[in-house]
Design a protein around this ligand. Structure first.
Ligand code: FEO
Length: 400
């Protein structure tokens, strides 16, 4: 019999850790793995909450069998249809043929589209309830946190919120599922990276969801990824609130590309000038060696963004262009911006960076610095002046 993780009486964790996948969505690195969380509520009726990636079906079924102790499952409640959570629906239905699939109209449309399943389904609307006996689930539709069908459900008897991707975190669960024993070292930056890369585009829907949750009696948040939030619950909600408003901390990200070191030289000058002028948190990223998911994380975190690009084929340097596209598509707002770069015979990067700042209504400090070939004494002076002004404006914005 597989060991059972019982979170509370009649409430089991049946999710799995994935320590093998390199890229989440084939895009985002997973240095600490990821968990696909699924839960089982065993009352008069039994409800399975979401499923897991199909790669783990054998282990998943063993865990469910162990928790069920001979019972069957009445309901499969689906909060989100992305295949990291919905991947095992067909196999669950085969194993438990009387199961009824519970989802909203958009969910059931996707269940039909992904799995050609159209029978034994129960459609729920916002505020509907499902009685399991002593427990009752209330459904809260939270579209676009992360897909249009995403919803949450609340077991109000114990204040357990099943939140789908919301409040999720990269990183496998190392032993404990509850957040009690976590340190900040891994989960905090991995939550920021998860939010900024996966959910970051949907700040406004996240705000709507948070408003919906505001007066609910929540004592525990069970997301589809990462730990169950109990002791850190208010901190996690506050992180989501801050990130979805695009509010940032004092600090500066310098993201630069450089082929032969001239743009990089300016990046180093800017970084040291910021530090010399009182900016405590300066993060420098070479876009050719750092995966963009880490750069995006820091851009969501910090108020200042300074981008450096060579001119390449009369365009921005390709990894910089790609990064700017990611920033724009996530609707990042209210950043203090700076721009620098270099070229050999035709300078274009500076103008492109300014156009980017204008488009996103970022406040640019000074003009873009565009160094022709190696930086001259004049260019170095202008770079130092820009960085000094940047530091002053950034620090001026902070509450006294
Ligand atoms: Fe973890 Fe949007 O799926």
């Amino acid at each position: 019999m597989y060991p059972i993780q019982e979170i509370k009486p009649s409430f089991f964790y049946v999710g799995v850790n994935d320590r093998n996948k390199h890229l989440f969505e084939n895009l985002w690195p997973l240095p600490y793995g990821v968990s696909y969380n699924s839960y089982l509520l065993c009352d008069q009726k039994v409800a399975l909450i979401d499923t897991v990636d199909i790669a783990f079906i054998d282990l998943y079924l063993q865990k469910i069998e162990a928790a069920l102790q001979g019972r069957s499952i009445d309901y499969l409640v689906i909060h989100h249809m992305e295949p990291d959570h919905s991947g095992s629906i067909r196999q669950i239905r085969q194993r438990y043929p009387n199961i009824q699939i519970v989802g909203n109209a958009r969910t059931l449309e996707m269940v039909a589209g992904f799995f050609s399943i159209t029978d034994q389904t129960i459609e729920v609307k916002d505020g509907d309830t499902l009685s399991l006996g002593a427990r009752e689930l209330t459904f809260l539709l939270t579209p676009m946190v992360h897909w249009p069908e995403t919803m949450m459900s609340l077991d109000s008897q114990e204040g357990i919120l099943f939140s789908g991707d919301a409040f999720g975190c990269f990183g496998a669960n190392d032993g404990a599922i509850l957040d009690t024993h976590l340190t900040d070292e891994i989960w905090y930056p991995e939550m920021l990276r998860y939010y900024s890369n996966i959910v970051g585009k949907f700040g406004s829907p996240v705000q709507q969801a948070l408003r919906k949750l505001k007066d609910q009696p929540i004592s525990m948040i069970c997301s589809t990824h990462g730990p169950i939030w109990q002791t850190q619950l208010s901190r996690v909600v506050s992180i989501y609130d801050q990130l979805s408003r695009y509010q940032a901390e004092p600090g500066v990200v310098i993201a630069y590309g450089s082929m032969y070191g001239h743009t990089e030289q300016l990046a180093e000058i800017i970084a040291s000038t910021l530090a010399d002028n009182g900016v405590d948190r300066v993060v420098v990223h070479n876009v050719s060696t750092t995966h963009p998911s880490y750069i995006l994380r820091d851009i969501f975190r910090y108020q200042g963004l300074i981008v450096g690009s060579p001119t390449y084929n009369n365009q921005l340097y390709p990894p910089i262009a790609s990064l700017l596209d990611k920033i724009e598509s996530r609707g990042v707002k209210d950043r203090l911006f700076g721009a620098f770069g270099s070229y050999t015979w035709a300078g274009v990067a500076g103008k492109r960076l300014k156009a980017f700042a204008d488009k996103l209504a970022f406040e640019q400090v000074g003009d873009s610095i565009d160094s022709k070939q190696a930086p001259t004494a004049q260019i170095i002076r202008e770079t130092v002046d820009m960085a000094r002004s940047f530091a002053q404006q950034l620090l001026f914005k902070q509450p006294k």
